[in-house]
Ligand binder design. Structure first.
Ligand SMILES: Nc1ncnc2c1ncn2[C@@H]1O[C@H](COP(=O)(O)OP(=O)(O)OP(=O)(O)O)[C@@H](O)[C@H]1O
Ligand SMILES: [Mg+2]
Length: 180
């Protein structure tokens, strides 16, 4: 169940007003942040990363890195020094997310999830409008849709947000309260 007002992306600077960040007296983040983006192909995760996190968080994307070994090396470079990062994968299942949540929590990171809850038809349309080399076969989206498990706080998230689409097509972010 989603709670809280819908917030235009970037309404209050880089974050929407409802996206809380714990800070020290000096305004620095109290804990480094690990962000997991969760959603179908074409739901807008990488675009959201570019808009919200490009200046502050390292992007970790398995499609670009190609191998789990490279991905692990990059995450291991972020964890000890407290470098904020975003896992920009589809992250559809509890098991897929646990791969990142467990080490991030163990390293003292605050773990935040953004669940892209968009209509399948919109994801299909956005995917179809991509350049040919970036399109994936529609059957991939149908399969992912079946596997997708909405995230819950019980998985180890400190905060969860739901991302939908506003009338103007821009992302809308709202607090996402879920239970195990
Ligand atoms: N708010 C938006 N309005 C219109 N088009 C958008 C919006 N967000 C993203 N798009 C477009 O939709 C397509 C998919 O977006 P994006 O690449 O961010 O999705 P993704 O979730 O990262 O997909 P994938 O999981 O395949 O990497 C892109 O062509 C992008 O330009
Ligand atoms: Mg992407």
């Amino acid at each position: 169940m989603a709670t809280g007002a819908l917030l235009p992306a970037g309404d209050a600077g880089p974050r929407g007003a409802g996206e809380r960040r714990q800070t020290t007296a000096k305004g620095e983040p109290a804990r480094p942040e690990a962000v997991l983006l969760i959603g179908l192909q074409g739901s807008g995760k990488s675009s959201f990363y570019r808009e919200r996190f490009f200046a502050t968080h390292v992007r970790i994307n398995l499609d670009m890195l190609r191998t789990r070994r490279r991905e692990t090396l990059l995450i291991d470079a972020c964890l000890p020094g407290g470098t904020p990062f975003v896992i920009d994968n589809t992250n559809p299942t509890i098991a897929a997310r646990a791969r990142y949540l467990a080490p991030a929590r163990a390293a003292g990171f605050r773990c935040t999830g953004y669940y892209f809850d968009l209509p399948l038809a919109l994801c299909l349309a956005r995917n179809a409008a991509r350049p040919p080399g970036e399109r994936i076969p529609p059957v991939g989206l149908y399969g992912m849709r079946k596997r997708l498990q909405p995230p819950t706080l019980a998985e180890g998230f400190d905060a969860l947000y739901r991302v939908t689409v506003g009338d103007d097509g821009a992302p809308l972010v709202a607090a996402w309260a879920t239970e195990a």
